[in-house]
Ligand binder design. Structure first.
Ligand SMILES: [Zn+2]
Length: 453
């Protein structure tokens, strides 16, 4: 068996490692300035503001750094289907490709981040301007600093650090920055669009790294599965003074919520995935989140709508989770008083749980790079929510199993007020881990930098 060179020390000399570390300090001011410019473009999603401007800033930067840049815009006639919350605003993704010295035979690594951000919430709850990119006590503040414009800045300047260190990559590196991660979608206008339209293919790409913020010392190999479902119960109107003449849809909905909660949730409590961070997300869950019924106080409601948020751990399947819901509904039908139970089931979003082998070469290299840079054993973790990893792993045929998540920034900073990232301890450290891992995975050409030191 051919041994895969999957440690940093297999691939890089000590002097090269030292040169890369120094180079991450050298490029840090530029990386920080780029991140500040990204933060200052408000890309709040929904609806997805200022995507063309943000894509252009990233594309221009990649172009300056020697990449061949391609913009991938979703055709306007597909916006309704792929970006239903997008109010018709343009969806522009950007890809930069950089050929290595062994372009034809070398490996290709694709690095990806999303540049849409979630809404800021109540602006008075922010101490610092949400689109300012101000730095205080070594942390940059603003929406997207952690989730995940910081990751995009780090992935681009990690490669720049390698160049500064005098190293040439043998393999090819591709950088993509995409839209609409935050609004999910079974298909979407961002990573989903790149996968569905052949921009990301298993025969062209050996591994993908998505730079979501899962902390600088963790390699994230998966995410939990999700179903966002809605059940519409249909009954029959009658006067509120004569409920026996109607069929009360609200009563059906509430009985269903009670029965599903008491029968399904105890089963879920027995399952768990210790890799999920934070620990509060380790157990799969079923939460009823929306109930709409009734229009006036003196009529029996003929329709009631219940929505739920189901999170799955690896080992569970979407089919199994759906069956649990259907079993409850069917058992109700057999129960006296519910003979006229009538429902429609629909899903707004679903994704299977994702988990890739932590011993894949790309994972082992990142784990080793974390050890070299931080001195700590890397955590192997799973993300509590879903992310764009699902597209190359589940939507693509054949899939790209070698898709992992590694990025600077702390997951606890994502989506909060005064979101921030530590410039040196997170942004720079993440950049150094990435630079070592990219160089180890793709190979480097020369020892010149080492010789120069
Ligand atoms: Zn994110």
């Amino acid at each position: 068996m051919v041994r895969t060179a999957d440690t940093v020390l297999d691939n890089l000399a000590a002097a090269q490692i030292a040169a890369i570390k120094q180079a991450t300090w050298d490029v840090l001011p530029k990386c920080q300035e780029f991140l500040r410019s990204l933060i200052q473009i408000d890309t709040t999603n929904p609806p997805g503001s200022n995507y063309p401007e943000c894509a252009k800033l990233i594309g221009d930067t990649l172009c300056e750094l020697g990449y061949a840049v391609q913009y991938v815009e979703v055709p306007s006639d597909q916006l309704g289907a792929l970006a239903p919350m997008g109010q018709g605003l343009p969806r522009v993704n950007v890809i930069g490709r950089h050929s290595g010295t062994q372009a034809g035979t070398g490996k290709t690594l694709h690095v990806n981040g999303h540049f849409d951000v979630v809404p800021i919430g109540v602006s008075e709850n922010w101490k610092y301007p949400p689109f300012g990119g101000e730095v205080h006590n070594g942390r940059m503040y603003g929406r997207g600093t952690a989730d995940m414009k910081g990751g995009i800045a780090a992935q681009i300047f990690a490669v720049e650090a390698l160049r500064k260190a005098g190293l040439k990559l043998r393999g090819n590196i591709e950088q993509s920055a995409v839209v609409d991660e935050e609004t999910t979608g079974i298909h979407n206008a961002g990573m989903g669009f790149l996968v569905d339209n052949g921009y990301i293919r298993a025969d062209k790409i050996d591994a993908i790294v998505i730079t979501e913020p899962l902390n600088t010392t963790n390699v994230c190999c998966g995410h939990r599965g999700t179903i966002w479902g809605t059940i519409t119960f249909r009954g029959r109107l009658s006067h509120g003074s004569m409920p026996g003449l109607g069929v009360n849809a609200l009563h059906h909905a509430c009985s269903f919520v009670q029965l599903a909660t008491t029968t399904i949730s105890p089963k879920l409590a027995l399952l768990g995935d210790d890799n999920v961070i934070p620990p509060a997300a380790r157990v799969p869950s079923l939460a009823f989140t929306v109930l709409k019924a009734g229009e006036n106080i003196n009529s029996i409601p003929d329709v009631a709508v219940v929505s739920f948020d189901r999170r799955l751990v690896p080992g569970e399947t979407l089919a199994g989770a759906r069956q649990q819901i259907f079993d409850v509904l069917e058992s109700m039908k057999q129960t006296p008083g519910f003979e006229e139970l009538n429902y429609e089931y629909k899903e707004d979003y679903h994704t299977e749980a994702t988990w890739v082998d932590p011993n894949l070469p790309i994972s082992r290299i990142f784990r080793d790079a974390i050890k070299v840079v931080t001195g700590q054993e890397a955590g192997i973790v799973s993300s509590p929510g879903s992310d764009d990893q699902r597209f190359p792993v589940h939507s693509l045929t054949p899939p790209i199993e070698s898709t992992i998540v590694y990025g600077p920034g702390c997951i606890s900073e994502a989506h909060i007020a005064d979101e921030s990232i530590d410039i040196e301890k997170e942004l720079r450290v993440g950049m150094e881990v990435m630079a070592l891992a990219f160089a180890s995975f793709l190979g480097v050409e020369s020892q010149q930098a080492a010789a120069r030191l």
